[in-house]
Design a protein around this ligand. Structure first.
Ligand code: HEC
Length: 150
């Protein structure tokens, strides 16, 4: 746990040096847009009585990959106050272990979705997708600021 967050911080700092903050924030927001679109596409499919399972598999796969990468999108110094419009709350960096836990919860739930998708179990998939959505919401409540500022 401690090692994981230390690695997160070190990896994050080298990331901030390698690219400018505006690019980092822009890329992060694009990743989240992709995540949002993909999750919506998944929910649309599983709302049907006969989903297109190949689309479901693609979406589940993409969501899992994005969830696995999420913590690397937040290098130190890429929060508000960096001169870039972002809703990333300062708590992400002041409480890195809590943030890492929220990111890990998303990944675990994305893996559950992936498994249910692979098994083509629509009932399980709907439940798992709902749990995934709760992981998005609980992180946003804690770590995404309401307004945006410069
Ligand atoms: C571990 C925390 C965390 C999790 C889990 C999380 N998000 Fe977010 N999300 C954020 C933060 C922080 C921002 C603000 C990023 C910024 O503005 O720099 C954000 C922003 C967004 C945005 C707005 C992007 C933009 O700027 O237009 C969308 C859409 C989004 N998230 C969707 C999702 C979805 C869908 C899920 C679940 C599948 C999810 N998020 C899970 C933390 C999280």
């Amino acid at each position: 746990m401690l090692l994981v967050s230390a690695a997160l911080v070190i990896g994050a700092m080298s990331g901030a040096c390698a690219a400018g903050v505006p690019q980092i924030v822009h890329a992060r927001q694009n990743h989240f847009k992709t995540l949002g679109r993909t999750f919506k596409s998944l929910r649309d499919q599983i709302g049907r009585s006969h989903p297109k399972w190949n689309l479901v598999a693609d979406d589940a796969n993409r969501i899992e990959h994005l969830a696995a990468a999420l913590s690397s999108w937040f290098p130190a110094g890429s929060g508000a106050g960096s001169g870039v419009r972002t809703r990333a709350s300062a708590t992400i960096w002041s409480q890195p272990q809590l943030f890492a836990r929220a990111a890990r919860k998303l990944l675990n739930r994305a893996q559950d979705v992936h498994r249910a998708a692979a098994g083509r179990d629509l009932r399980a998939l709907r439940l798992r997708a709902r749990a995934l959505g709760q992981a998005c919401g609980s992180c946003h409540r804690r770590f995404r600021a309401h307004g945006s500022w410069w």
